[in-house]
Design a binder for this molecule. Structure first.
Ligand code: ADP
Ligand code: MG
Length: 699
């Protein structure tokens, strides 16, 4: 059978999953561990030794020689330090060892990870703590143990800790509401996420000739090819054999790691594609999305390709996003954003739906903060990406229903329903009636919300912990009222009606890309935080710190240090981009313009030498244009150099604002000149492969 791939057998083959645990762990240990995992509660320390031993035996059989505490520092990617299982007993007798203590806690020398100042005031070292809710796996020769990364005084130093804390917050507040609907005490709440990851694939050869792609992941020069995405012929088009081979390789690697890769297709821009895996708990989805991004990058070179996960690798064509499909469900498996089959389920649905509407309206700023990066600034508000204004799309049917709740008038939609909550049955919202709007940043798509502002390279932990926290807060408020209510149904109806009426301004079903929406949103009082530096200061607003502290998700110190880090990252990214532009301009573009101009001048002279009658108008005009633009090029380079040199260290927000205005301004001017020159200079002189060559590099 040679190439036969046994998906049944290969799926999760490298994961210490439930089946493996059940088989290898003593019965009581298995029961205790799975109970903790399900309830997201602390592990009984006495079982750690047995779990570590089983994990080690299993990993050794898989060919592992090392283990690592795998964590997600504030850099946005993952970190790992390998320890081999090698140890000695007695007189240098080899034993392969992995203890419960080593499983539960690690102490990486983490002093070089960014902390935003947390450790200056606290401990110099951090520790990693095993997160049993995300399964361990073997990759290469290493056993990976998902962990959270904290300082000794307990400050979160990573992306995962606030996410885990926020999941607990939703659970705590949501449980109170479930209980009122008659759920058993042990039934809890989980948040789910399915992320759709977009990316570009280009040939290695063109990548290697683009220092901008190498240094910053996106092109800093270049103008659109004659054929971009105008014909829309790439979207869902036939997948080229080379790309298909890459995708197959990718999927097989992901499946072995327990990532349920489901959908793959070509996206709108040439060379752009998407992968989506089946949704799972927010925690696992976060780990798995990190692994997807990593695997995209490691599998591509095996096919002579390079994968770009940057938000806007090419100006003028679509950028890449990462739509986060998000929902809340019960540990029993019910989806709370699904209308359901009974009146009680409908009431519950409307209550949770109103909670999301209120949370998004009240906390537009935090949601915007959660997707704010230098790279995403280039994407938001451009081709096929939502604008920087947060709004919710609900679709016609649901809008009708909510409108009738607010007005007391029967809905106009065909689905005739009366609105005494708790009595009547709501229709289901099939995906095709809720999914027509692709322009909304936050769209209800049948039984989940799709947060479309998330950038392609971002860890989804940030957007998810914000979503969880803001919704937990509103659920808590609702629970306060409902627990005191004499007539539960009447109180639910009142809460739903009052909430949607008060927060209706956040609902917008129209075209979010339209100019008029910007004006309309302003009239409604919605925030329009266009850039990262506009958004980030909102993170540290006292009410936002209070909200995050109230739910034990982040402390004031943690919020402040995170803001500092995000601002620093913004400056660093722009600084690297500016330096890359200058290097390319000095070493590539300037010499090309000089050489080509010299050649044109030589042609004029030699033509005239042959005969004074020959016209040299074409050459003269070209030379004139080259000289004019060449002069501007020199000035633009000098201006960018000056802009960088004049940056003042000190206040990070001020520095970031300076970069966002002055440095970006100078970068844009330089790019404009260089792109014009690219249109004039003979391609054999030009130092960079063109957009056309890159976007159509994979044959
Ligand atoms: P689209 O039509 O938006 O491109 P895809 O099929 O590409 O849809 O992706 C949809 C994503 O939403 C998948 O990851 C899917 O597993 C996820 N999803 C489906 N139902 C839920 C849910 N209830 N909660 C969270 N995510 C979900
Ligand atoms: Mg999709």
């Amino acid at each position: 059978m040679g190439d036969f791939y046994d998906l049944n057998k290969e799926y999760e083959s490298n994961v210490f999953n439930d089946k493996v645990m059940k088989k290898r762990l003593p019965k009581e240990v298995y029961a205790s561990l799975t109970k903790s995992i399900k309830n997201m509660s602390l592990i009984d320390p006495s079982i750690a030794g047995a779990v570590a031993c089983a994990m080690k035996e299993w990993a050794l059989e898989k060919g592992a020689t090392h283990y690592t505490h795998w964590f997600q520092p504030m850099t946005g990617s993952t970190a790992e330090k390998h320890e081999s299982f090698v140890n000695f007993k007695g007189d240098r007798e080899l034993i392969l060892e992995f203890s419960g203590k080593e499983l539960v806690k690690g102490e990486p020398d983490a002093s070089s990870f960014p902390t935003g100042g947390v450790r200056e005031t606290y401990e110099a070292r951090g520790y990693t703590a095993w997160d049993p809710t995300s399964p361990a796996f073997v990759k290469g020769h290493v056993l990976y143990i998902p962990t959270a990364f904290c300082s000794y005084s307990g400050e979160a130093l990573d992306k995962k800790t606030p996410l885990l804390r926020s999941m607990q917050a939703v659970d705590k507040q949501g449980r109170r509401i479930l209980k009122l609907f008659g759920s058993k005490a042990e039934e809890g709440i989980i948040t789910n996420c399915g992320a759709e990851q977009e990316y570009f694939l280009i040939d290695e050869s063109v990548y290697n000739e683009r220092p901008d792609l190498i240094y910053s992941g996106r092109t800093l020069f270049g103008s659109g090819p004659p054929k971009g995405q105008d014909l829309d012929d790439h979207y869902f088009g036939v997948i080229k054999p080379r790309v298909a081979a890459f995708m197959q390789d990718l999927d097989e690697t992901l499946w072995s790691l327990g990532i349920a890769s489901k959908t793959r297709h070509n996206e709108v821009a040439p060379a752009q594609h998407e992968i989506a895996s089946i949704y799972e708990t927010a925690n696992r989805a976060t780990d798995h999305n990190q692994l997807i991004m990593e695997t995209l990058k490691t599998v591509a070179p095996k096919h002579g390709l390079v994968c770009l996960t940057n938000e806007k690798p090419f100006a003028g064509v679509n950028g890449s996003g990462k739509h986060c499909n998000w929902s809340i469900g019960t540990t029993k498996g019910d989806n709370l954003l699904d209308p359901g089959k009974t009146p009680a389920q409908n009431a519950r649905f409307l209550l949770f739906l109103s909670a999301v509407i209120k949370a998004v309206d009240l906390h537009q700023d935090l949601l915007r903060v959660s997707v704010a990066t230098a790279q995403n600034d280039h994407r938001l508000g451009k081709a096929e990406a939502p604008p920087a204004i947060i709004s919710i799309f609900l679709g016609e049917e649901l809008t009708d229903i909510l409108t009738s709740i607010m007005t007391g008038v029967d809905p106009v939609s065909k689905a005739r329903v009366q609105m005494d909550i708790g009595v009547d049955v709501l229709p289901h919202f099939p995906k095709d009636t809720t999914d027509r709007n692709r322009t909304s940043p936050f769209a209800f798509t049948g039984n989940k919300f799709e947060f479309r502002m998330v950038g392609s390279s971002l860890s989804i932990a940030g957007p998810l912990f914000i979503l969880n926290t803001i919704v937990a807060d509103v659920l808590g408020e609702f629970a306060d009222k409902l627990e005191k209510a004499k007539d539960l149904n009447a109180e639910i109806a009142k809460i739903v009606k009052d909430t949607i009426t008060k927060h209706w301004r956040i609902v917008f079903n129209g075209n979010n890309y339209a100019e008029e929406w910007v004006a309309e949103a302003k009239k409604r009082g919605l925030l329009n935080l266009k850039t990262t530096t506009d958004a980030l200061p909102y993170f540290t607003k006292p009410e936002n710190i209070a909200l995050l502290e109230r739910h034990g998700v982040l402390t004031k110190t943690e919020v402040e240090s995170r803001t500092e880090l995000l601002l620093e990252a913004y400056v660093k990214i722009l600084h690297i981009e500016a330096l890359s532009m200058l290097e390319i301009a000095h070493r590539g573009v300037v010499p090309a313009v000089i050489d080509f101009s010299a050649n044109v001048a030589k042609t004029i002279a030699s033509k005239k030498k042959v005969s004074a009658k020959f016209s040299t108008k074409l050459e003269q005009d070209l030379l004139e244009e080259l000289s004019t633009l060449g002069e501007k090029l020199g000035k633009d380079i000098a201006a960018l150099e000056k802009a960088i040199a004049s940056a003042k260290e000190g206040d990070t927000l001020k520095l970031a604002q300076y970069y966002g205005k002055k440095v970006i301004g100078a970068m844009n001017a330089l790019r404009d000149t260089v792109d014009k020159l690219e249109g004039l200079v003979d391609e054999s002189y030009w130092p960079l492969p063109s957009y056309g060559e890159i976007l159509y590099s994979v044959k």
